[in-house]
Ligand binder design. Structure first.
Ligand code: HEM
Length: 194
């Protein structure tokens, strides 16, 4: 379920295809596979939803830790608003489970931070879609554990991330793409293990 050309994409100061388009193209197959893998979890059932959160946390926790270690807050001063580790930990706690890392993430360079942020910020778009599925769940415990999926709603975090990406002048795009692919692989591995 990938986006086509989006109205938030701009090419100011860049030749076509832009950095964001390169990131999207390079990760399109991985996104499609992950989308299929995650939608196979039964999100309307408590056990399926809990497993989905465990899988998501399994990748999100080590990826966010690697971002912090690489100094993400210097590049994104609004990092505390963007971080979702606490949200997913709280959701899993409400469902009687714990959030734990399931994959190893390599240390990130500055460009690697941007590639990883692209994947994590983009995952909010999928979360918005999944939230609709979860909203139909009959079990009220599911609806009370959606801090992660609803995180940042209405704050235009994806749009402001894209603006930051487009303004980037000192990024090694190939290195960023490599990290974006590694971030998708981390989610795929965690989904396999959950
Ligand atoms: C079942 C799960 C998922 C579904 C149904 C889904 C669906 C979507 C949809 C509908 C969009 C486009 C939204 C828009 O342009 O308004 C999107 C974009 C995106 N998603 Fe997912 N997604 C899922 C999971 C994920 C996950 C887990 C990640 C990352 C780990 C991810 C990364 C991205 C990225 C990076 C984009 C932006 C692509 C671009 O540059 O346009 N998605 N997703």
């Amino acid at each position: 379920m990938l986006a086509g050309a989006s109205d938030v994409s701009t090419h100011v100061g860049r030749s076509f295809p832009g950095f964001r388009e390169r990131l999207r193209d390079a990760t399109a197959t991985a996104h499609r596979d992950l989308d299929a893998q995650l939608t196979s979890f039964d999100l309307a059932a408590l056990s399926g939803y809990r497993r989905f959160l465990q899988a998501s946390a399994g990748a999100l926790l080590p990826l966010e830790a690697a971002l912090v270690d690489a100094g993400v807050a210097r590049m994104f001063p609004d990092w505390p608003v963007r971080s979702r580790s606490a949200a997913i930990t709280a959701d899993l706690g409400r469902l009687g489970s714990a959030a734990r890392s399931m994959v190893r993430v390599q240390p990130l360079t500055r460009s690697g931070v941007l590639g990883t942020m692209y994947v994590l910020e983009g995952s909010r778009l999928g979360a918005k879609f999944l939230l609709k599925t979860v909203a139909d769940a009959a079990d009220p415990r599911i609806g009370e554990a959606t801090t992660y999926l609803a995180h940042g709603a209405g704050q235009r975090l994806w749009q402001s991330f894209l603006a930051r990406l487009e303004a980037e002048q000192a990024c090694d795009e190939d290195e960023a793409i490599e990290s974006a692919c590694a971030a998708f692989a981390a989610f795929e591995q965690a989904a396999d293990r959950a």
